[in-house]
Ligand binder design. Structure first.
Ligand SMILES: NCc1[nH]cc(CCC(=O)O)c1CC(=O)O
Length: 312
């Protein structure tokens, strides 16, 4: 193994998108591997890869459609050997990986909650009647429309700075961002605070970073095993099997969250109509090791209650 470690002469190539959050995540994986194996930064090379989802800024992503808008080019680089590992926000990852790739390494999960962000309004419940909220997340839009049909929703994309500028310009009174991203970028102060998961159930895998590799690469598998966080993996196994059973895509508003309490895993899920006119929620508890099965069972239960044509 020692002979196989990355070195400045043969660096491990880490593929990532170029956004500030993506770069932070890639640096964090480098830091964890460096610490686990006593390697300096020179033993790694960060390779920034442009993805389709970053190049289109003027449209809601669901209008462009298709899964993997943030991952396809990175996975192609992994498959053709241009990079050795790929670092992803698990929230943006399709539930099925391309032939030849595996995703079984997760860093410890950050805060899973959404943040309420507004220059003028102190909290979600303090939003006045008819206030304008910016979000392009189908889940957040549907959750808000369900609970607060009086609010006006407008599309909102771009990085944190762009969104803050739009708020300052009065384009909307408030927006939502993941606490995880804000915490990682040292920007938690832009948030008024986290929203309880009881009030807004987060996206499946929110706050989790995953590292993908080639299935055939035993050397890299050994490196990644040393930094894998087991509890995060068990939680994501449940959440992602829930999502996979629902065939969750960018067009379906779905929320899901698993937490581990001792030997028990507690999975909550929510399906919404995109216009927020209806939702079905449910929860299941079971053994930690049965997470994937719990996810499928909860998905089937919610789909049964939703009935055909629920998503419209
Ligand atoms: N869809 C974009 C995206 N993917 C991951 C995060 C945040 C970090 C995370 O959930 O790990 C964000 C931005 C946001 O929702 O605010």
């Amino acid at each position: 193994m020692r002979d196989d470690l990355p070195s400045p002469a043969r660096p491990l190539k880490i593929g990532t998108r170029g956004s500030p959050l993506a770069l932070w995540q890639a640096h964090e994986v480098r830091r964890c591997l460096g610490q686990a194996f006593g390697l300096t930064e020179a033993a790694f090379e960060i390779v920034v890869i442009k993805v389709m989802g970053d190049q289109i800024q003027d449209k809601a992503l669901r209008e462009i459609g298709g899964k993997g808008l943030f991952t396809r080019e990175i996975e192609e680089a992994l498959l053709d050997g241009g990079i050795d590992i790929a670092v992803h926000s698990m929230k943006d990852m399709p539930t099925v990986q391309p032939e030849g790739l595996v995703l079984d390494c997760y860093l410890p999960r950050e805060d899973v909650r959404d943040a309420f962000v507004s220059p003028t309004v102190p909290s979600l419940s303090a939003l006045p009647q008819g206030a304008v909220v910016g979000s392009s997340s189908l889940r957040r839009r549907a959750q808000l429309a369900l609970r607060r049909p009086d609010l006006k929703l407008v599309e909102f994309r771009g990085n944190v700075q762009t969104r803050m500028r739009k708020l300052e310009d009065g384009v909307a009174h408030a927006t939502f961002l993941a606490m995880a991203g804000l915490n990682r970028l040292g920007m938690a102060s832009v948030a008024r605070g986290p929203i309880d998961v009881e009030e807004m159930l987060p996206a499946v895998a929110q706050g989790a970073i995953g590292v993908e590799r080639r299935s055939s690469d035993a050397r890299v598998a050994g490196l990644l095993a040393a930094i894998h966080h087991g509890e995060t993996g068990l939680r994501l196994a449940a959440e992602r099997s829930f999502l996979a059973r629902l065939d969750g895509s960018c067009e379906t508003p779905i929320a899901g969250l698993a937490v581990i309490e001792g030997d028990a895993l507690w999975l909550r899920g929510e399906l919404l109509r995109p216009d927020g006119s209806a939702s079905v929620t449910g929860e299941l508890r079971g053994q930690v090791a049965d997470g994937a099965q719990l996810g499928r069972t909860l998905a089937d239960e919610l789909l049964g209650r939703a009935g055909p044509g629920f998503f419209g």
